[in-house]
Design a protein around this ligand. Sequence first.
Ligand code: COA
Ligand code: MG
Length: 300
Amino acid sequence: MMRSLLFVPGDSERKMEKASDCGADALILDLEDSVAPSRKAEARQIVASFLATARRDAHAPLLIVRVNALDTGLTNDDLAAIVGAAPDAILLPKANSGADIQDLDVRISVEEAEAGLPAGQVLIHALITETAAGLLAAASFAAKSKRLSAVAWGAEDLAADIGASSNRNDQGVYTDVFRLARSLTILAAANSGVDAIDTVFTDFRDMEGLDAECRAAVRDGFSGKMAIHPGQVSVINAAFTPPPEDVERAVRILALFAAAGPDAGVLSLDGRMIDKPHLKQAERVARRAGLDPASLPDLS
Ligand code: COA
Ligand code: MG
């Protein structure tokens, strides 16, 4: 379950400590844009030792490391420093196409092998809309690497890439290119069978604005949202936790389909038609609620 993913600058031990118990489902330890070029080497060491000593149990946050983009010449040094310390995932910024995911997969495989980690253990998350190329190649991210488990979108770097002076209009609404980026992320995630993660909300004192953006993200199919400040985490977690009545209904739908057997077509619940799309939705809600699959009705 990854509702909230909190960015933490990779050169700040203090922030890493503070982030650890703020309730985030995942931390994104950043080696990229929040770390100055002169501090990259130090950040790698800080992140590696944090990974080596952090609590790693079911209740601790997942630990993701954002490396520098493939065209920076820094990625291999990032991977060499951190893959051996077994992060849960690597977040690739400025991914331009599925070929970049294949490329990163191979580089991770080398480091995993050198460190003696099980092959394929370290997953990949990708920011797929930070360049015009990535956005235009949204369909290409599918089926390139078994490691790919989430795609996310970013609005700041895309603005720089296309030469937009702002990503929102005077009313604070994302302009067309950014709305397209958001939509393509949802589609690329579904097309690739991975989670869709919503972009950061940069105005970190505006909790009402954050809540509204979270509600829209849940409605539209995102399964989580990135954060930049610990104060944003509880708002995100609350919004992405399905309400008990939705969970109860989902479990009832799963039970109905289980009882009807593998050839179930259309069913009814409380006077409403229930079919395959409802089953898919119910499975999604159960997953988002963090229900143990073993505790659910057997659908096979
Ligand atoms: N992770 C962990 N702790 C954080 C944090 C974060 N992302 N952001 C803030 N904190 C801590 C601060 O260190 C501060 O603790 P302290 O007073 O004990 O040092 C406390 O939370 C309150 O912070 P606040 O004063 O409200 O904000 P700030 O001005 O110190 O920091 C930012 C503002 C934006 C610089 C900071 O939130 C940050 O670094 N965010 C992450 C940026 C990032 O990684 N960007 C890359 C992806 S877009
Ligand atoms: Mg960036």
